[in-house]
Design a protein around this ligand. Structure first.
Ligand SMILES: *Cc1c(COP(=O)(O)O)cnc(C)c1O
Length: 230
């Protein structure tokens, strides 16, 4: 068994354990392999080993990889997206996790309409409020979601967040809890066309905690592929 296969198997086991601990069904949780800086052979290995989704941060890299690989797997955009790249996001991705402003949403809606499709999106929330982080604030998120819900060619599926980095993943727990509570609050609003099924949260260091707190998509790079070489 290759290292990548082995890593994926171990992560699946950890996800299952964390899910069971919190009374969840492990099949509710999708494993995304985050491919930034990873070479094509190793990406293909991960796809063959059976991850659920591939995650990319950069439009340029995604364009090259997705066109070249031509394999039947879902690709999600998880990196910061500039509005002028919206048409590529619509062309290459099944879902965009990083919607944090109305201007970007409007552009994606327009491009999706032109392409004759409805694009699934997540709203990225900056739970910690750190300056360096992308994402809409907790306070402003409900309003942004109400605005986006009026766009016909976007479908809001849930929320995404990236907590601050901690040595001890337990410290990330309150941020995951906050995102789940925000989701529940938005569900309670019953906004037409807004489905809040997905919580995209948890990375290599903290995915177990994220699953315990309700993650439905975990985004894993290092724990699958090893440390990134830039
Ligand atoms: C790089 C990245 C990840 C994966 O991080 P690892 O710690 O390597 O698992 C997850 N989400 C986003 C948004 C990323 O940019």
């Amino acid at each position: 068994m290759s290292v990548i296969e082995d890593n994926i198997r171990e992560i699946r086991e950890n996800i299952a354990e964390a899910a069971m601990k919190s009374g969840r069904n492990p099949s509710e949780i999708l494993l995304m392999a985050v491919t930034k800086t990873v070479d094509d052979d190793r990406i293909l290995e991960a796809i063959e080993a059976g991850v659920d989704i591939m995650g990319e941060n950069y439009i340029q890299e995604a364009k090259r990889k997705i066109e070249k690989m031509d394999v039947d797997v879902k690709w999600h955009m998880i990196g910061h997206l500039q509005s002028n790249k919206a048409k590529y996001a619509v062309r290459f991705f099944d879902m965009v996790h990083s919607i944090d402003r109305m201007g970007l949403a409007a552009e994606l809606d327009k491009r999706s309409a032109t392409a004759g499709r409805v694009l699934d999106i997540l709203v990225e929330v900056n739970v910690s409020g750190e300056e360096s982080k992308n994402g809409i604030s907790m306070d402003e998120a409900p309003d942004l979601i109400r605005q986006i819900s009026s766009l016909d060619n976007l479908s809001i599926r849930g929320l995404m967040t990236m907590p601050p980095w901690f040595d001890d993943p337990e410290n990330a727990r309150p941020y995951f809890v906050a995102l789940r509570e925000l989701r529940d609050k938005i569900i309670a609003e019953n906004i037409k066309g807004v489905e809040m099924r997905e919580l995209s949260m948890g990375m290599s260091g903290d995915y177990r905690v994220a699953v315990e707190e309700g993650a439905t998509i975990v985004r894993i790079g290092t724990a699958i592929f090893g440390a990134r070489v830039y």
